[in-house]
Structure formats: structure tokens, C-alpha cells
Design a protein around this ligand. Structure first.
Ligand SMILES: Cc1cc2nc3c(=O)[nH]c(=O)nc-3n(C[C@H](O)[C@H](O)[C@H](O)COP(=O)(O)OP(=O)(O)OC[C@H]3O[C@@H](n4cnc5c(N)ncnc54)[C@H](O)[C@@H]3O)c2cc1C
Ligand code: SF4
Length: 549
């Protein structure tokens, strides 16, 4: 096994959990190594939006990490209104069990922000106190006020555009960029909301509304999920990674899969010595670090810890939380050109603050969107059936008429929802892969029912005529936001890391990704909070090192 030079800190994973942490330490003089399992993408040449067949290509994944799924939840046939279907194919999950469609993630420098939609939300202050306010999930050991300066810093670095007065999120300074103008489709939904007494406001997004970061503003192509070819979207590869590399003290090794954190025990105290990783040729390396930070995301982080024998209190992988998601698409009689704009340019925040009187515990938000119907192929595959000229005419007739309302909400942790490893299923390095199991509780199901009714009311009020698709996380696991598998908390008996994100079990190990969330936030997009937590953890580590002299 090849042995390499010793670093002050090894950061595993270069997404929103890893990159800000690496940058801050390197900017304060530490020598940092980032191990990233995936490749580096070049936004100008690798993403398909400039090609004719962009819609069929999708994000150009070069590597995925193998995982398997656990038990499937039985579905209630009575809940027909929550089943996923579309006009072209009928019911999408014909079985009576919840299907595992995908754990969506990107393996590459920048992590899953490479295909995220650029939403940049601060959590609602009450989302930090779900246990004390509503008796569910767990309270965060920190509150909104402690994160506020970090939210502000991250917003400045990535370039967040937002309106004044996002409800209940006090700010110490305005957003660095003005909000984006509402798309034509959002303007139609805004009128519908007014009729229903709802307020629709511009979304806060890490998408440039003016030139910023030496980059021209967004061209409203709606293609963020394919990877932004103009660097307008504040994904980590174009924000924190260049800053980290500019310090001259941060080395990034790509195609470097961390297989094990080596831990030694001396005088009853456990310390991480370093990391064993595999390069693109499968060759094994060992690299030493004074500190190790794990930021592989809420599925791969618990897998790495369990495979490294780090799980004394048995909580690693527990409290997994996925995405409560609902989408309804309809055809509007007017051509709205709904494929133009940014993917989610406006939001209805009304239900984002948890209100148990609604019959469920946790907040959610609704938003207008094109529902990923941003090119003719989606229309042809999802909304129309047939063949030949008549079929093409139908697709042409309705192209640009699709309008959708989406909803994302709070998932509460439960015993049947977790990540662990599957000992008898190994990857190419002979390591057990992650096993993901998720089961919706009553609260999530009631929330989906409420969401779907409100979303359909809004579409109806907008004048949309025919519903052509519904997709819900009732009958599909299709998670984009995942959290909770290494919960942060004050008590080492009930959590994996402390408020400083340092492991209770191995004190020179930190976990700086979405795994540490004690609750999932009321449907807010998580990356801004992950980045803010990551910077705060780096500052706390630097402070403790200063104290130690
Ligand atoms: C389609 C989609 C849209 C989304 N839209 C939004 C949005 O608009 N706004 C928002 O805030 N969030 C959005 N998200 C969610 C957001 O992308 C994630 O919450 C966020 O990226 C998670 O950050 P992370 O650091 O925890 O993990 P990740 O971003 O997944 O980063 C983990 C990194 O670790 C690497 N890695 C994993 N295992 C290893 C290993 N063993 N060795 C070395 N490296 C490893 C991975 O390659 C990856 O680079 C979206 C997600 C999806 C899928
Ligand atoms: S909508 Fe804007 S941010 Fe998204 S891919 Fe297009 S140019 Fe980039």
C-alpha cells in the first residue's frame, strides 16, 4: 500500500459539506487534502445543454456509488389520489408496495450541487426546534441566530438572489443580488394565488440575476439539472472549490474513493490516524491526517463510518430522513412558454412554519414549476401517446402549455427508516455497499394529502384545464434531499456528533455534511444550511486549535 505525506486535515467528499470546510481551513494556513470519489467536470464542455440531444442525455454521470434498498412499504389502496400517474402511461407504480426509484446524487467535484436547482434557503427558525415545539424529531443544539452570520457569508460567496421580506427569517444584511423577475408561468400562478388569498413571492436562489463572481447572469434556459454550462448556478465547483484551490494549501485528488478511516485507541481514547483510499486504477493508498472530516452525503457517510468500525452507540445510519415530494402537472389553454426561466423562480411559504392543527407535524412549501417538462421529449414521453404526424402535431400543439405545482415538506425520522451496510453485497473494492430503507409515517402521508389538494386548487384557479401527471413520494422513493444519519446533539448517548460537528466517539473526526441534521427543515432546500454549518465547524475547530496553542 502506497503511503503519502501527512496533512493537517483530510476532507472526504467535495460537495457543500466538504468544500467550504476545506476552504476555511486552508485559508487559515492548514494543509488540506480533499479526497473526491468522482471526476472533475468542465462546465463549458461536459454538460449537454449546448447539444441537440440535451434532453435525452441528462446529467453526464461518469460514476455512481453502488447501493441497495431495503424493505418496501405496503400501500393503502384507498389512497388512490396519492398515486403517481401520467397521461401517456397511466399508473407509474402498478404494485401495492412503495417502489424505490432512486437516491439522486452526483459523484464528482462539487457533489450533488452539480445537478441541483440552485434554490438557496435559510431554514425557518422553528425548524430547529421540532422536539420542544411539536414533540417530534430532535432539537438542533444550535439555533437560527447562531447560523445567521454564516448564512450571510455563504450567500455572499455563492451569489444569492432574493427578495426582501422572506417570512420569519431575520437577516443582518440584504441579499447580495436582486430577485429574478417572475417568469410568465409564475405570473399566471401569482394571479391564481391572489384569488385564493395566498402570497407568491420570488424564490431565493444561488443563480445570478446580475453579473457576479466574474460571470454573466443567467440566460433562463431552465436546464440546471443538466449542469449549468455558464457557471451561473452557485454549485460548489464554481464557488468554494476555486477559493480553496487559490489558497495554494488545498490539494484535491479526484477519482479517489475513501474506503476506510483508520482509527487507533490509546489510553482508552480513539483517534483517526488517516484514510485508506483507492485511486482510479483500484490501487490502495494510505494517507495520514491530524484531523479527518467526512462529507460524503447522508448515505455514503454512514456507510464509510460503519465500514470503518465507528459506531459505538449504534446510532450511525439511524434517523435517516428523505424528501416528502408531490408534483401535479396540467395543461393551460394559453401557451405559457413554461420551459423558460429558472427551474423554481417563486414560492408560496404559507405552510412552511409547522402547524399541527393541519393534521401533520412539519412544514412544507409549494412552488410553480415546469415540472421538468422543459423540452419536447418530456411532452412526447409523459403526456402524449400515438404515432406519426398526428402525434408530432399533438406534441407541438401543447408544447409550452404544461404548468405544474410542486411541494416539498418535512420528513420525520422513524425506526423503519435508516441507512446501514449490506454485508453480502460488495463494491469493486470488496466493501459492503449502503442499504437504504425508508418508510413514510402517518404525518408525511397526511401532509401529502393536504399538499395535493392545495396544489390542485391553485392550478384550477389559474385556468389550467387538464391534469396530465401527478408524481408523489407516496408510492415512490425518489429522494433528492437526504439527511440525519449522523445526528448532531449535545448528548453522546443520543447523537453522533456535537454542535461543533466533532464525533463523540473519535474526537479528531468531524462530519460536515447533511448527515448531521436532527430534523429535515420544512421543505427548505438544504445546501445553504449545509454550507453554513460546514464553515461554522471549521471556525470552531480553528478556535480550539488556537486555544491548544
Ligand atoms: C435533482 C436535485 C435537485 C436539488 N436541488 C436542490 C436545490 O435547488 N437546492 C438545494 O439546496 N439542494 C438541492 N438538492 C439537494 C442538494 O444537492 C444536497 O442536499 C446536497 O448536495 C448534499 O450535500 P452533501 O455535502 O451532504 O452531499 P453531496 O453533495 O452528495 O456530496 C458528497 C460528496 O462526497 C463524495 N463521496 C461520497 N462517498 C465518497 C467516498 N467514500 N470517498 C470520497 N468521496 C466520496 C461524492 O462524490 C460527493 O462529491 C437537490 C438534489 C437533487 C438530486
Ligand atoms: S437556468 Fe440559468 S443557472 Fe440554470 S442552467 Fe440555465 S443559465 Fe445556468
Amino acid at each position: 500500500m502506497a503511503k503519502e505525506k501527512k496533512y493537517d486535515c483530510i476532507v472526504i467528499g467535495s460537495g457543500p459539506g466538504g468544500a467550504p470546510f476545506a476552504w476555511r481551513l486552508a485559508s487559515k494556513g492548514m494543509n488540506v487534502l480533499v479526497l473526491e470519489a468522482g471526476p472533475r467536470y468542465n462546465p463549458y464542455t461536459d454538460y449537454p445543454l449546448n447539444k441537440n440531444n440535451w434532453e435525452l442525455e441528462g446529467f453526464p454521470h461518469r460514476r455512481k456509488l453502488k447501493h441497495v434498498f431495503g424493505k418496501r412499504q405496503k400501500l393503502d389502496e384507498g389512497k388512490k389520489e396519492l398515486r403517481s400517474w401520467n397521461r401517456a402511461s397511466g399508473r407509474l407504480n402498478p404494485s401495492n408496495e412503495r417502489m424505490y426509484l432512486a437516491y439522486h446524487h452526483v459523484v464528482g467535484v462539487g457533489g450533488s450541487t452539480l445537478h441541483f436547482q440552485g434554490e438557496a434557503h435559510r431554514l425557518h427558525p422553528s425548524a430547529f426546534r421540532m422536539k420542544s415545539l411539536f414533540g417530534v424529531a430532535e432539537d438542533w443544539p444550535i439555533d437560527y441566530r447562531e447560523l445567521e452570520p454564516y448564512y450571510t457569508e455563504v450567500e455572499r460567496i455563492v451569489g444569492v438572489a432574493g427578495p426582501e421580506g422572506v417570512p420569519s427569517r431575520p437577516r443582518s444584511s440584504p441579499y447580495p443580488l436582486p430577485p429574478h423577475k417572475l417568469s410568465f408561468a409564475s405570473q399566471v400562478i401569482e394571479k391564481a394565488c391572489k384569488k385564493l388569498g395566498l402570497e407568491l413571492i420570488p424564490n431565493t436562489v444561488a443563480i445570478l440575476s446580475r453579473p457576479y463572481r466574474d460571470t454573466p447572469p443567467c440566460n433562463y434556459c431552465n436546464g440546471c439539472q443538466w449542469g449549468c454550462p455558464r457557471k451561473d448556478k452557485g454549485s460548489v465547483d464554481v464557488t468554494f472549490i476555486p477559493l480553496a484551490e487559490k489558497t495554494g494549501r488545498c490539494t484535491i485528488v479526484t477519482d479517489a474513493f475513501a474506503g476506510r478511516i483508520e482509527v487507533e485507541k490509546k489510553d482508552g481514547v480513539k483517534r483517526a490516524r488517516g484514510v485508506v483510499y483507492y485511486d482510479r486504477d483500484g490501487k490502495e493508498h494510505f494517507v495520514e491526517g491530524s484531523y479527518v472530516a467526512c462529507a460524503c452525503g447522508a448515505v455514503e457517510t454512514p456507510r464509510l463510518l460503519i465500514n470503518s468500525g465507528i459506531n459505538e452507540n449504534g446510532l450511525v445510519g439511524k434517523n435517516f430522513m428523505e424528501t416528502v415530494f408531490y408534483l401535479v402537472v396540467a395543461f393551460h389553454p394559453k401557451r405559457l412558454d413554461s420551459y423558460r426561466g429558472i427551474p423554481i423562480d417563486s414560492v408560496i411559504w404559507k405552510w412552511n412554519e409547522p402547524n399541527p392543527e393541519l393534521g401533520f407535524k412539519g412544514g412544507f412549501r409549494l412552488y410553480p414549476t415546469a415540472g421538468s417538462a422543459v423540452g419536447p421529449v418530456s411532452y412526447a414521453l409523459r403526456f402524449h401517446n400515438g404515432w406519426g404526424e398526428k402525434f408530432v402535431k399533438e406534441v407541438e400543439r401543447w408544447f409550452g402549455h404544461a404548468i405544474a405545482i410542486g411541494g416539498i415538506g418535512e420528513f420525520l425520522p422513524n425506526e423503519e427508516t435508516f441507512v446501514t451496510v449490506k454485508e453480502d453485497t460488495k463494491d469493486e473494492f470488496g466493501l459492503p455497499v449502503a442499504l437504504i430503507q425508508s418508510t413514510l409515517g402517518e404525518s408525511e402521508i397526511r401532509m401529502l394529502e393536504f399538499m395535493s389538494k392545495r396544489a390542485k386548487e391553485i392550478l384550477e384557479a389559474s385556468g389550467a384545464e387538464e391534469v396530465v401527471e401527478e408524481f408523489s413520494s407516496y408510492d415512490f422513493f425518489s429522494a433528492t434531499h437526504v439527511f440525519g444519519t449522523c445526528r448532531m446533539g449535545k448528548d453522546p448517548e443520543t447523537s453522533v456528533v456535537g454542535a461543533d460537528l466533532r464525533s463523540h466517539e473519535v474526537r479528531n473526526l468531524l462530519i460536515t455534511d447533511a448527515s448531521v441534521f436532527p430534523s429535515s427543515g420544512g421543505g427548505d432546500a438544504p445546501s445553504l444550511t449545509i454550507e453554513a454549518l460546514s464553515l461554522r465547524a471549521a471556525d470552531l475547530l480553528l478556535k480550539s486549535l488556537k486555544k491548544e496553542g
